[in-house]
Write a protein that binds this ligand. Sequence first.
Ligand code: ADP
Ligand code: ASP
Ligand code: MG
Length: 404
Amino acid sequence: MSLIVNKFGGTSVKSVARIKNVASIVARTAAEHSVVVVVSAMGDTTDYLVKLASQTSRAPDRRELDALLATGEQISIALVAMALNELGVRAISMTGAQLGITTESIHNSARIVDINTDRIKRFLDKGYVVVGAGFQGSTSDGETTTLGRGGSDTTAVALAAAMGASVCDIYTDVSGVYTADPNLVPTAKLLYEVSYEEMLEMARVGAQVLHPRAVELARRNRIKVRVRSTFNLDNEGTILLGADEMEISRPVSGVTVDRDQARLAVLKVPDRPGVAGEVFGTLAEHRVSVDMIIQAFHENRSVNDITFVIKRSDLDLARGLLEAVAARVGAEGVLEDPDVAKVSIIGAGLMDQPDTAARMFGALGKAGINIKMISTSEIRISCAVSERDAQKAVAVVHDLFHLD
Ligand code: ADP
Ligand code: ASP
Ligand code: MG
């Protein structure tokens, strides 16, 4: 019997009725395959737990925050296992540690370093469905960690890779990957296939539907990942493929928006080797991810301004770090702009159409939307705009490339 991994997100296990629905989907798959199920916390449980923590402490201890957040998934695994047992399917729930998932010792955004699949295999061999908690693992010291928001997708793909599963089905609240967030752009179109590379880029710049690290793992291990709806099983959803396996290549595959961005500038940084390394090395050490880096020169050629975009939630941390670096290297100071949304277009064929960038900027200009920053790569063009322009910008760009 081949092995399939089925992952269900928060909306899919929001209530007891939905958990029973999930159990019936799994029961059908389990009639023909070995199944490992991965589930998220019920509904908005993780948001609720984050809120409890922030009401209790201004800067919650990261270890204790992980101890708290991991409880969300533990509720759903037990209930899903019970619902399966009720249908006559033998099932056993497992926490991240019981799944054998070892992570680095970094709380709140740990990476998986190893999976010891012995226990999972033992129960699958005995005919059980294994119901595993997404989003969590344990360090080699036995400390509970979490993988970052949205990380249950990563648990599912990592298990699929470790177990040699034939397919990893990500069941969610939309029918697959669309040309834009269907809850934001009603005319967005379902993509039947998308390449790992495009999906990775989309996930990194705001398409919440898959966790970026899950896509990275799927690409590296060539895992057949399908994104599909828990609520409409007739629809086959979207399949992730290697670029070489795609039947069609589109200049632009999708538009994304990330509204939680902020812009920072380190002003008049002395123009000498090693300074940029020091600025970004300090941020990297603290896991602050950076995008859209621009280094611009002044009339006075001995200094540069370095500007870039980060997650808004990292702003306080990054400002503190940069003020210290600025003082150390003799820069003038740090400037911040918390009002940033990043609108991006992604497409494997972008570079084949040299006018794409100009068309995007032109359409935004015509709609009266000011562009604060621009960055381009082989398969992505991103514009930083003001938060209040974000939704309109996505609609304008989506329309421009006839993605509907
Ligand atoms: P789950 O709880 O199942 O993991 P998420 O909320 O994490 O679900 O991801 C699904 C959501 O991703 C959708 O409800 C949709 O609003 C959002 N989304 C953003 N961009 C896209 C896209 N391009 N295609 C599909 N969904 C998207
Ligand atoms: N429950 C976690 C979150 O809400 C993980 C996940 O759903 O993927 O981020
Ligand atoms: Mg998710």
